[in-house]
Design a protein around this ligand. Structure first.
Ligand code: NOJ
Ligand code: NOJ
Length: 626
């Protein structure tokens, strides 16, 4: 052996110290390391749970902060998505017998009932638009800063978490008269109405960067509508909107497939957007819509489906060469570090724990499905994936009974999946803390510390692995259709919903149930770089704080009509004072001279009603700078 080759061999050996041990032994080691980390991960989630979590001072009851990090990045907020995905994990653990978790679930229900009523820059509850707000302060107040909003996955994911819990309540004698489930239903109903009304409108993706249609969001919405209709029927509710929209969402979901993988974002509004579309978005979608009773149907993108496996291979391979820590790892059957998408530059673009663990989870989910249906079908679509896990794989159908192929194939997938868990554990610090990212250069933890979602992803991965390798119970089925038909033409439609504070679940009874979408049309000539804001004497108008003022839109601005528009959802009957201001490129602020007043119309037959205000700028004009 040449010296260089020896060094490479040594490096490879130290990267995979464990591989010298026999396979069974390695799995046993891994299983015990997973159990140890799982305890830390579950505790890590509870530490971030208000009001008592040790890392979440000031968080209201039932609020899950994203991370205790308050600086670089500041994640001391609650994101609807992160919290909902985590709560789904908490419900699943509760269903597995961890009874101590129930009060957290009940706190969460109440917190969500409250936060649904909090008006915010996306809108208010009465129109449903406010439900698309991505994040709130830990005390459940609105966040007015610039952000990628709305995000339309949150309501669907929250519905899924609450539906899973409600179904449990109804299936056991605990909630024999259905009171608890019936009290939760109005929270779920608001979220499902939002999905049925807005699924066909664009919004920001789960990474809060791309304004368009996101595969993850659409998949989560489809699941929520299907299981929401099922629960609603059980509770004798009107579910016609969910039943009418689900096939449309399902049809739309198919359009993301490009023949090789699911493209994460389509209909992107931002100009100059160019990415391959290979993104953990799609892997997380498969994991979030896993149904242990589903077949490997491609249209449902279930973990064991050929399309989801082909997609997974594209996703994994995209990261093999871009991270230094993945160099020298052979291309097949070995786990690697994976991140959000290869073009990522956030914190310089690193692997994330939750995305690396999602790869393993998809594969553990798939193993469960093959074991249930007793059959593996390798076709042209999935062959390349299979050959990366099991080099001699060929197209064909492999049944469990009588043949070793089935076992060889599932063992290979199990080992492959384990490699991703090994990778995440390898780059976790000694104390088991999981941050958001780990360095692409050397694997050191980066970005937000103790990320709730990282911990939750570890716990769900562990449960999926146990369900794949033992008789540990599976997550409940969500009732995915067994032979879903895709209509030949997709119908982009919508059902307008009604939205009400879920008072029985804990929402404040004085929350505005009747609102107006007030459009302010302001004629104000501006120059490039100069922006106009609106502020006034109510929370919706920023309480006269410049930092909380509402930003105007200049989409309709033209030479003939210098139009700035603002749409704010305001409580019916409100008496308000407001004015406009200009922010100069220099940072200087120029105010209109006099306060204006507005009487929002009294509650009419329709909420939200619509009202328009037409005015001209009345104040100093900025001097253009060169
Ligand atoms: C914060 C978002 O949460 C993150 O996903 C994004 O990458 C950065 N902002 C940059 O836009
Ligand atoms: C940034 C991530 O991109 C986003 O998905 C997440 O919701 C927030 N951080 C909070 O964890």
């Amino acid at each position: 052996m040449k010296f260089r080759a020896i060094l490479t061999a040594l490096a490879a050996a130290s990267l995979h110290e464990a591989s010298a041990k026999p396979f069974g032994q390695r799995q046993a080691d891994l299983a015990s390391r997973i159990e140890a980390e799982n305890k830390i991960a579950l505790q890590g989630v509870l530490n971030n749970f208000g009001p008592d979590g040790s890392q979440a001072p000031g968080a209201s009851a039932g609020v899950l902060i994203a991370s205790p990090s308050t600086d670089n990045p500041n994640y001391y907020y609650t994101w609807t998505r992160d919290a909902a995905l985590t709560l789904k994990m908490v419900v699943d653990e509760f269903l597995h017998g961890n009874g101590d978790l129930q009060y957290h679930i009940r706190d969460y229900v109440k917190a969500q009932a409250i936060v649904q009523t909090v008006s915010n820059p996306s809108g208010a509850l009465a129109s449903g638009r406010g439900l698309g707000e991505p994040k709130y302060y830990a005390n459940l107040t609105r966040f007015n800063g610039d952000w990628g909003r709305p995000q339309r996955d949150g309501p669907a994911l929250r519905a899924t978490a609450l539906i899973t819990y409600s179904r449990y309540l109804l299936s056991t004698g605990i909630d024999s008269d259905g009171t608890e489930a019936n009290n939760i239903w109005p929270v779920i109903q608001n979220d499902l109405n939002f999905v049925a009304q807005y699924w066909n409108q664009t919004g920001f993706d789960l990474w809060e960067e791309v304004d368009g249609s996101s595969f993850f969001t659409t998949a989560a919405q489809y699941r929520a509508l299907i299981e929401g209709a099922r629960l609603g029927k059980q509770l004798q509710q009107d579910v016609s909107a969910y039943e009418s929209q689900a096939p449309n969402v399902f049809c739309f979901l198919q359009t993301f497939w490009n023949g090789k993988y699911a493209v994460a974002n389509i209909n992107v509004k931002q100009s100059g957007f160019s990415r391959s579309g290979i993104d953990a978005n799609t892997v997380l979608a498969s994991v979030a819509t896993f149904d242990p009773e589903a077949s490997c149907d491609d249209t449902l993108f279930q973990p064991c489906s050929s399309r989801a496996l082909a997609n997974l291979k594209q996703y994994i391979d995209a990261f093999r060469t871009i991270y230094t820590i993945n160099k020298n790892i052979s291309a097949s059957a070995t786990g690697v570090a994976t991140g959000r998408y290869v073009e990522d530059v956030y914190f310089n673009g690193n692997p994330w724990y939750l995305t690396t663990l999602a790869v393993a989870e998809q594969l553990y989910d798939a193993i469960q499905q093959w074991s249930t249906i007793n059959i593996i079908t390798i076709d042209e679509t999935s062959l390349a994936f299979w050959q990366s896990a099991y080099p001699s794989a060929q197209t064909g159908t492999y049944t469990k009974s009588g043949y070793s192929d089935f076992t060889n194939l599932t063992d290979a997938v199990l080992a492959y999946a384990d490699g991703f868990v090994e990778t995440a554990l390898k780059y976790a610090p000694e104390n088991g803390a999981l941050s958001e990212q780990y360095s692409r250069e050397d694997g050191t933890p980066l970005s937000a510390r103790d990320l709730t979602w990282s911990y939750a992803s570890f716990v769900t991965m562990r449960a999926a692995r146990l369900a794949a390798t033992s008789d540990y119970g599976q997550v409940p089925s969500w009732g995915s259709p067994s032979n879903p038909q895709v209509s030949s033409t997709c119908t982009p439609s919508s059902v307008k919903g009604t939205y009400k504070p879920a008072v029985a679940a804990g929402a404040p009874s004085n929350a505005p149930a009747c609102t107006y979408l007030v459009t302010f049309n302001l004629n104000a000539t501006t120059f490039y770089g100069e922006n106009i804001y609106l502020f006034g004497n109510s929370t919706d108008l920023g309480d006269w704080r410049v930092s909380d003022a509402v930003a105007g839109g200049a989409e309709y601005y033209s030479d003939t009509r210098p139009l700035w528009t603002f749409t704010v959802e305001l409580p019916a009957g409100a008496e308000l004072e407001y004015k406009f201001l200009r922010k100069e490129p220099s940072g200087e602020v120029l105010y209109e001279v006099e306060n204006r007043s507005l009487h929002v119309s009294e509650c009419g037959s329709e909420s939200p009603g619509e009202q328009a205000v037409e005015v001209n700028w009345n104040g100093p004009v900025g001097s253009q700078m060169e």
